[in-house]
Design a protein around this ligand. Structure first.
Ligand SMILES: Nc1ncnc2c1ncn2[C@@H]1O[C@H](COP(=O)(O)OP(=O)(O)OP(=O)(O)O)[C@@H](O)[C@H]1O
Ligand SMILES: [Mg+2]
Length: 316
């Protein structure tokens, strides 16, 4: 892949990325494959060095935009989340880590309104949310990718990415059916945006290919493209690098950093590869058996005895 990307035009101005290499993070997690061998150095970020002082695109970590307070969620007798509180600041990359079954995906599902916790408060951009539906979350600028790829396998890459624009449609179905006036102008605008995303993620060559024919790593990239097509201000990524080879992971890391740096998108990231998490996250929250056992910078989390214990005690 190339180092330079085509920036989105329009309201989201491009900011030059800076960032020098640091050694990958180390939590003694046997079996965390990929750690140390995925060439993390070239996607690493050093503290706040990746955040230019310039106000263009304002990439200094902003205010808290999502505040989760005392969230508890259970499914029948299974307690998926117990009394979890943490926040997410504008423009940051916030990782959620933890062993299998810790409650990470459930947490993302709470954030985007798929699950409604039995207890706790969710405050998004200063407003408390109650029983929010996922489409309402999407309208508020929250987009996501899934742990198991959720794309229409028989449809082309282009058409799949187009579905990411659904929440943006303004004109009615009737006007669209007639390909009429404002509907036509709107559709052209959507197509332009989708083409920009395709350029940004460097998937021009596969735009007409049915998704089902693509290798796994590219399908993951298409899923990211669909989420980006919605122009989210907050992007929720559930294991975007799972099952990828080293090169695919490097590419995905750079795309995630580019989205964050160039568009200021806030990113909440679930990831098992500890090297990646330590390299690209600003702050990390650690879950274990549905409880929060750590929260802080990668350095802080790495030296947290409870976190070390949880990881040494698991085998994934
Ligand atoms: N829809 C559901 N119905 C019943 N139980 C569920 C549901 N979703 C999650 N759970 C349970 O909640 C717990 C947390 O699951 P979750 O998928 O959030 O974990 P995770 O941290 O994402 O794990 P993994 O790393 O394996 O993806 C598990 O015990 C799981 O079985
Ligand atoms: Mg999960």
């Amino acid at each position: 892949m190339t180092a330079t990307r085509t920036a989105w035009q329009g309201p989201m101005a491009r900011v030059d990325a800076t960032g020098s290499a640091v050694a990958p993070g180390t939590i003694g997690a046997p079996g965390h494959a990929g750690h140390g061998d995925a060439g993390h150095a070239d996607h690493a970020r050093t503290g706040d060095a990746h955040r230019p002082e310039t106000t263009v695109g304002t990439h200094t970590r902003g205010d808290v935009i999502l505040d989760l307070q005392n969230i508890s969620l259970s499914f029948g007798g299974v307690k998926a989340l117990t009394d979890i509180s943490f926040d997410v600041c504008e423009h940051e990359i916030r990782a959620i880590i933890g062993p299998n079954g810790a409650g990470k995906s459930s947490m993302l599902n709470v954030i985007n309104g798929v699950y409604h916790p039995q207890q706790g408060r969710i405050v998004f951009r200063g407003q408390e949310r109650r029983q929010m539906h996922p489409t309402a979350a999407a309208r508020q600028g929250i987009a996501r990718t899934f742990q198991n790829i959720a794309l229409f396998k028989g449809m082309t890459v282009l058409d799949n990415i187009m579905t990411g624009r659904n929440t943006q449609f303004r004109t009615g179905v009737f006007a669209h059916a007639l390909w009429w006036g404002p509907a036509r102008a709107e559709e052209m605008q959507h197509r332009r945006r989708v083409e920009e995303v395709i350029d940004f993620l460097e998937i021009q060559a596969i735009r007409k290919t049915p998704v089902g024919r693509l290798p796994y790593g590219l399908q993951k990239r298409v899923e990211l493209a669909r989420a980006l097509a919605a122009e989210p201000s907050m992007l929720l990524l559930d294991e975007p690098m799972a099952g990828m080879n080293v090169e695919e992971k490097q590419d995905m890391c750079r795309f995630i950093l580019d989205v964050n740096q160039q568009f200021g998108t806030t990113i909440v990231l679930i990831e098992h590869d500890m090297g990646v998490v330590m390299d690209i996250s600003d702050r990390v929250v650690v879950l274990d058996y549905g409880k929060k056992i750590g929260d802080g910078t990668p350095e802080e989390v790495k030296s947290n005895p409870d976190v070390i214990r949880a990881y040494l005690g698991t085998s994934h």
